[in-house]
Unconditional design. Sequence first.
Length: 315
Amino acid sequence: MSTVLGLLSWNPEIRNILALSVGVMILIGSVILLISTNTGPRTGVLVGLAVLLGWLTIMGLTWWIYGIGMKGTPSHWRVLNVNVGDLSQDPVKKASELPAPNQQQIANQILAAHPDLAEKVNPDRIQGKIVTIGDLVDADPNLLSEYKLTPNDLGGWNLLPTSNGELGDAQAVADTALVPTEGQKIFSDSAAYKVLGAFDIGGKENEYKLPENSTMWDRVWQNIETTAHITHPEHYIVVQVQGVIPQETPPGGKPPTPKLDPNQSVISVVMIRSLGDLRFPGFMMFLVNGILFAIVCNVLHRRDKLIARNRAMAT
């Protein structure tokens, strides 16, 4: 007996399972016992099950609608492959069609032609800071058309500015694909490379984008069109990185500013948006318990009809 008690106290999972099981048995059993004193044991069990399944059905419906409670996998970026060098040889057709520009070369051209942007993208005046096209586009979106970086010039792909929310999520996933802990061990850690920029294509946001100078009717039609389109277009993103030159931090000093290594190839992490199944557990809970609730209610209904028929025959 002391061994059993020691086992239960040592493993909190077993203790929690037993505590929950006893609590459920007492809660449901006490209700069924109370109902059975007035209706009989069979009817009491059926009424108790109907109440329990009805409550579980409502809870499953609430979880399904709001995406709370028992959750599945949320939407996320899923890595398809990591391409080193020439992106045109990528097995993903959409990625191979991306005419990725030399981002650092174009960024230097923009800074040379627009020196006033240097103050906007580097307000702290950090010497040797790596400025990307995304940083410059954040400061002046008109640069896309000026330097032919629009979707029409990039085969339908969009160059994402640094402030884009999707870029932050995709960059975190790209980090796991590049470092040794989970990825392909291309870099020792996330400090060994610099993100040059990202491009995306597809998805409802891009497929049903509002035109320039859109009117109220354009926005209404966009809402109708996106709602009527049940399936989601495939959404790809390509995050490009390049290694930096290793530098030692002086004792007691601040880390040096990273510098791109021109001898290293540009690495492209190709990802696709997975919509996940966040509401699926709630839907299954609603469906299964709803079916069981309907079956128990049907049994109760047939039992009531049988009792009414027997009483009519007895009179």
